[in-house]
Design a protein around this ligand. Structure first.
Ligand SMILES: [Zn+2]
Length: 206
């Protein structure tokens, strides 16, 4: 999807409807900064706001994603292209998120082991030693909720019993036993517990 083209199209439709960025922002209950970001091609409207935006601009979601007014004869073809493109973009951003999670994990481990190493081998007072080791836990406490949020939202978990692929709740991911990213959770579809694997693509084969 061409973000620049979409941005220009949003601006054009907004002007055709005689709206300023501010007025459109007010109707959508967001900041005019967000609208200016879309129009400059720096960001895409969130899926949660797309329908409201399209109804204000009097266009279809398909036209918004195509960045142009569509004729009836190539409408369906464009729908398919846009859908495929969106799936692909989500997969790529999920993959990026999951690599960020690994970086976070490596960083907090390095900090932790460095501090523990210093506390164990360098001459110092006991209280300082204890403080260093406790400090090593702080990055864990701060970063783990982030990492879990990524793991919950990026991609899907696949039930090993019925092969349902779904996005679990934050608390079920948080409390589940896990080996790396494989988590022991209850499937919302078949209600059975299994070691569920992380998958990026909803349609991919097992
Ligand atoms: Zn299941």
């Amino acid at each position: 999807m061409d973000q620049i083209k979409i941005g220009k199209f949003i601006a054009e439709c907004r002007k055709n409807n005689h709206l300023t960025q501010m007025q459109l922002a007010e109707k959508l209950n967001i900041t005019d900064r967000a609208i200016s970001k879309w129009e400059n091609g720096k960001a895409m409207p969130d899926s949660s706001i797309m329908l409201a935006l399209c109804s204000e601009l009097k266009i279809s979601v398909n036209e918004l994603l195509s960045g142009e007014v569509l004729e009836m004869n190539n409408y369906n073809e464009k729908v398919e292209q846009n859908l495929l493109e969106m799936v692909k973009q989500k997969e790529e951003s999920d993959k990026r998120l999951l690599s960020i999670e690994i970086v976070i994990g490596v960083l907090i481990s390095i900090i932790f082991f460095t501090l523990v190493f210093i506390a164990s081998y360098v001459e110092m007072k006991d209280w300082l030693r204890a403080t260093l080791i406790l400090t090593g836990f702080i990055p864990f406490i701060i970063m783990i909720p982030f990492a879990i949020r990524i793991e919950q939202k990026a991609g899907y978990y696949e039930c090993q019993k019925c092969h349902n692929k779904y996005i679990p709740t934050y608390s079920s991911v948080f409390w589940a036993m896990h080996i790396n990213r494989t988590r022991y959770m209850k499937c919302p579809k078949c209600n059975q517990r299994s070691w569920q694997k992380k998958v990026i693509n909803k349609e991919q084969d097992k």
